[in-house]
Write a protein that binds this ligand. Sequence first.
Ligand code: ATP
Ligand code: MG
Length: 420
Amino acid sequence: MSTFQAPKGTYDLTPPDSAKFLAVREAIAAPLRDSGYGYIETPGFEDVELFARGVGESTDIVTKEMYTLTTKGGSQLALRPEGTASVLRAALEANLHKAGNLPVKLWYSGSYYRYERPQKGRYRHFSQVGAEAIGTEDPVLDAELIILADQAYRSLGLRQFRILLNSLGDKECRPVYREALQTFLRDLDLDEETRRRIEINPLRVLDDKRADVQKQLTDAPKLRDYLCDACRAYHEEVRALLTTAGVVFEDDEKLVRGLDYYTRTTFEFVHDGLGSQSAVGGGGRYDGLSEMIGGPALPSVGWALGVDRTVLALEAEGVELDLPVATSVYAVPLGDEARRVLFGVVTELRRAGIAADFAFGGRGLKGAMKSANRSGARYTLVAGERDLAEGVVQLKDMESGEQGPVPLADVAAELTKRLG
Ligand code: ATP
Ligand code: MG
């Protein structure tokens, strides 16, 4: 019989690498938790209409990348391709915006699904940590989110990332720009699909990665020149707040991002060590999204950082994470009586908060000591019949090699002291 493999474009996270993913998720979440963001979890699938409306009918995500399914009961669902629409849906459903405390600040962590062409840094099942601040229009909030993402990446030791910043305008000024851009684009030499895109979502053409397209875009009208006074002032305030916080960013007039719902502040975190999948995270303001999915006007801002690409970025920079040791103490029993006694000691250590593991399966001393080494434990406990008769266990410091007897009753206290 043939063995099974993970589906194309997916991967398993297995030890020891899986520890890096946990550490990255934790490092991104920590500054959010410390800044008033509450944890939210939503289902892995939603009504397909939520994404069609909330992400945008003309986006790649909705037209090409969504995993859709019809349930036995006839419902049309989609595996979630992103987090924002679901989080806003859940916040509205729970009336969080009516509790009187705006903005509603939320963070999340989970798996997302997009039917893409798999390659390094691009998978069909991937992992994001995200944050959303719902219900307030305030440039300080936009700045806060960018600063917290910057803080998260720095706390991981990343340095070679850049922050790209742009403003997409609002419902006053963007339509005027859109028309000017369409007029410009219609005169260019472009393929059929791109010509269609000009009519549906012209800003996305600016995002085209092909060099021959980019060359033709040099003289395209710039959104910056079309921003209304309110959008311009808002954007200048965000820029000033970032500068005051010492966060370096680059103005990128061509940054538009793939989702339809963005307004005003738009940003992306790119890493220079990742080749073509260079975006490690992105986000922006989405003032119109709530109304698009049937809610009240709730101006909001958020981001999502890709855990997979952040791990790749760490590898590209050669950053070794300071991972917590998995096992501090490893116990090796010699004989049945020692097995009962030492397992009791391990249980006591664990209850005292010391990470402890055990040589299972009644192996000989040599094999068990190999496992002790592999576990990375700082100390081993070895006990045989003679030790037990004397009421002691042998405690070995794996770093110095020193070894000596410790009375059974004192083992937990002694190890607590030594491990500080
Ligand atoms: P890209 O332009 O690379 O397709 P995107 O604009 O579609 O990215 P977002 O929807 O903004 O990405 O998602 C935020 C982050 O999630 C990205 O910056 C990236 O790190 C990660 N991400 C998005 N799609 C994938 C994927 N298919 N595989 C792995 N990570 C992904
Ligand atoms: Mg994409």
